[in-house]
Ligand binder design. Structure first.
Ligand SMILES: *Cc1c(COP(=O)(O)O)cnc(C)c1O
Length: 396
């Protein structure tokens, strides 16, 4: 069964029916799923989780999929919180199917697409979302077409192709790919699965908030640092916390939410600093952290709202700091972060150096993808066991 009551325009509050195919609201803004939370609280208790396995589907009552047979499952799991300093935890999302947290959003969105009878899905991607779409769409037997920027890392493009989606490179950025997907809605008839342009990817992403609360025994941390592109995860967690509080599972204590962006693409930071409600598109976006190279986010006002309500802020870090932090954590902690994840550590260092965060604050960083999908520094050494004094270098 489903506890969904309706869909709601995130800007105007206008109501839309659930159970039918929906995209954006009439105001052109994201639709959010609303639930009968009082009924869920009666039917579902924290203790029920103890006997449940799996990741996103642990929280099935708080998700929109009606029939269990439509739940697509590739072995999602609760991702670990890896401690790297006394009060500093990394939620390592790289352990999920397809190696990134895009699996959360796409497992739920493609399950809903299956339930609603959609037959052809299309999406713009910087890589990870396309890979997750490909995997879940093939599992569901649904056709998938993906457009990515021309400089998307080779491994991502091949992963998408290997998993059976039709993938095309486009001379442009992700918003240019988005325009192509939009143009095909009428001519081809495919369904646009761009993040926040349909109501269900965010529902999958919000499970990060449920997991975090569950893992921390229903007390949220002082601060969350989130690498922000489209912002789906940040908005999703903020929504998750409100749902948990409404169900009486957590108190009203909320973390300060920090949206971390790269200096070469920081539209949310610019809008935050200017006190604006919406963000202007960023020109000439460029950063090594491909997952957060998003010049314009349709949920901009929702990101800004969550950040401001929480008492956090938006901040940008340089590519040099991102790469230095990625190397530092790999060497000091044995944890291979993706560049986007490393950006959150760079932001943490920046904020601890000014006292904005203190070592007493319990902080959670999000590592959103496995570091293995990204280019790594060359390692050119060879070893010749017959060379004179071959073992010399190891003796010092
Ligand atoms: C998509 C992505 C992000 C940004 O996630 P949003 O919730 O869309 O802001 C960050 N890091 C990685 C690795 C990603 O793939």
């Amino acid at each position: 069964m489903s506890f969904v009551s309706h869909l709601e325009c995130s800007l105007t509050g206008e109501r839309y029916p659930s159970g039918t195919v929906q995209t954006l609201s009439k105001a052109g803004k994201p639709l959010l799923v609303r639930y009968h939370l009082d009924q869920i609280a009666d039917a579902f208790a924290k203790e029920d989780l103890q006997t449940r396995t799996g990741g996103v589907w642990r929280y099935a009552e708080l998700l929109p999929v009606l029939h269990p047979h439509n739940r697509l499952d590739l072995g999602e799991l609760v991702t670990p919180l890896v401690r790297i300093r006394e009060n500093l935890l990394v939620k390592d999302e790289g352990r999920l199917p397809t190696g990134s947290f895009k699996a959360r959003g796409l497992s739920v969105a493609v399950s809903m697409a299956k339930e609603l009878g959609l037959t052809h899905l299309a999406m713009p991607t910087n890589g990870n979302a396309g890979a997750a779409l490909a995997a879940y769409a093939m599992r569901a037997g649904i056709r998938a077409t993906v457009f990515c920027p021309i400089d998307t890392p080779e491994v991502n493009v091949r992963e998408i192709a290997m998993q059976g989606a039709d993938v095309y490179r486009v001379d442009g950025l992700i918003n240019d790919c988005g325009k192509i997907v939009h143009a095909g809605i009428d001519t081809v008839g495919w369904f646009d699965l761009s993040t926040l342009k349909e109501p269900y990817r965010i529902e999958g992403k919000k499970t990060m908030g449920f997991e975090l609360a569950e893992q921390l025994e229903w007390t949220l941390p002082d601060a969350i640092l989130y690498p922000t592109g489209g912002g789906t995860g940040l908005i999703g967690m903020w929504k998750a916390f409100a749902e948990l509080e409404a169900m009486g599972w957590i108190s009203d204590k909320r973390p300060r939410m920090y949206a971390v962006q790269a200096e070469g693409c920081a539209p949310i930071v610019r809008a935050y600093d200017a006190g604006d409600e919406f963000a202007e598109p960023w020109e000439n976006a460029e950063t090594v952290a491909a997952g957060i190279r998003v010049p314009a986010a349709i949920g901009d006002f929702l990101i800004l709202r969550a950040v401001r309500e929480s008492g956090g802020r938006a901040l940008a870090v340089s590519d040099e700091a991102i790469l230095a932090c990625q190397r530092e954590i790999a060497r000091s902690d044995g944890l291979l972060l993706c560049p986007e994840g490393a950006a959150t550590y760079a932001a943490y260092e920046k904020m601890t150096s000014t006292g904005e965060l203190t070592p007493d604050d319990q902080v959670v960083l999000f590592n959103c993808a496995t570091g293995l999908k990204y280019p790594m520094p060359a390692a050119p050494q060879t070893f010749d066991p017959n060379a004179p004094n071959a073992f010399e270098p190891f003796l010092s």
